[in-house]
Design a binder for this molecule. Structure first.
Ligand code: PBG
Length: 330
């Protein structure tokens, strides 16, 4: 005779009251889990991002107040993205190498505040190229080696401006090793490399592209020759293994919620800090539903974020980070 666990075991017994649920909670979410992405702009650029209601592009002046709020709420780090004025964009993204560009001035502005908050900057050319791709196009393809040469210089000027961590999101092969050596040779051995090792060619980046002013990709119609196929997760493990070997300090998996299986596999397989990126399209979906009264925003956001912790993420980049951290620390 098979003897069932019931009635000796009643799993509902542990759910009766808040104290039991809190005590037995397997994961928790704290402000120190959250990284806030911020779009910075020149004063002439509009602050509004229609597909990301509630997120504004910030001038360097406006940035100061938000950075103080983030530090006060216990957020450990910010991820900065520039909206480069259209007239400064060109095929090889040379504005990325201008030591006085918007992103370098943003880094300097934040570091001059002397707060206990990390500054992470993106290493990739898409906010600077007129075609919107992450690298330079040669003979009809995004050229791996030519792009890496530019990324090395981009990384160097960001490190020089004071960035604590650089996050290459370009998906060129071998860029982690190339950047690591380039930085080490120039006295930036302590600058972290947070690799977007696993970055899918995703439709969920749409609102981000609007935010940084990439209207439409040209040259190549999509990023599928360098970003990953959403059908794959073995390949994601290879990307992570390779970037760890090349010297990555942390790994980002993005987008977030559609790829929780990839996060879970990565957490089981690797002993390295893993970050999930709840990307712009995920933000837009929750926000739009909430604005229509179809979802209750605060609870939905918390549920979406704890899911990343459950899957094994050590931290989460989210456009909701500031309000969530403020609520959690209130
Ligand atoms: C590009 C980059 C993208 C994002 C971060 N860095 C977009 C892209 O690859 O087209 C997307 C982030 C988001 O959607 O929130 N280097």
């Amino acid at each position: 005779m098979v003897i069932g666990a019931f009635p000796n075991t009643r799993l509902r017994r542990l759910r009766q009251s808040a104290w039991m649920r809190d005590l037995c909670s397997e994961n928790d979410l704290t402000p120190s889990d959250l990284i806030l992405p911020i779009f910075v702009r020149e004063p002439e650029t509009s602050p509004h991002i229609p597909s990301m209601p509630g997120v504004l592009r910030l001038t360097l002046d406006e940035l100061i107040d938000v950075v103080h709020q983030a530090a006060d709420a216990g957020i450990p780090a910010l991820a900065l993205f520039p909206t480069t004025p259209v007239e400064l964009r060109c095929p090889d993204g040379s504005e990325a190498l201008n030591p006085d560009n918007l992103i370098c001035r943003a880094i300097q502005t934040i570091k001059s505040l002397n707060l206990n908050i990390g500054v992470i900057t993106d290493v990739a050319l898409d906010p600077y190229t007129d075609h919107g791709h992450d690298g330079v196009i040669i003979n009809g393809r995004v050229d791996n080696e030519a792009t890496i040469e530019i990324l090395q210089q981009q990384a160097y000027i960001q490190a020089k401006a004071g960035a604590d961590a650089l996050a290459p999101s370009d998906m060129m092969d071998g860029r982690i090793l190339a950047l690591r050596h380039y930085l080490d040779d120039r006295d930036y051995a302590d600058c972290l490399l947070i690799s977007y090792a696993v970055k899918y060619a995703s439709s969920f980046y749409g609102p981000f592209r609007q935010a940084v002013g990439v209207q439409q990709l040209s040259g190549l119609k999509d990023k599928k020759t360098y970003q990953m196929n959403p059908a794959n997760s073995d390949e994601a493990m290879r990307e992570i293994a390779q970037d760890i070997q090349e010297g990555a300090d942390m790994i980002i998996i993005k987008p977030g919620m559609p790829y929780l299986d990839v996060m879970q596999r990565a957490a089981a397989q690797f002993n390295i800090p893993l970050l999930a990126y709840q990307v712009s399209g995920e933000y837009a979906m929750i926000k739009a539903a909430a604005q229509n009264g179809w979802l209750e925003e605060e609870r939905t956001v918390l549920e979406s974020l704890i899911a990343f912790k459950r899957a094994g993420a050590h931290g989460i980049l989210s456009y909701f980070a500031l309000e969530v951290a403020q609520n959690l620390s209130a």
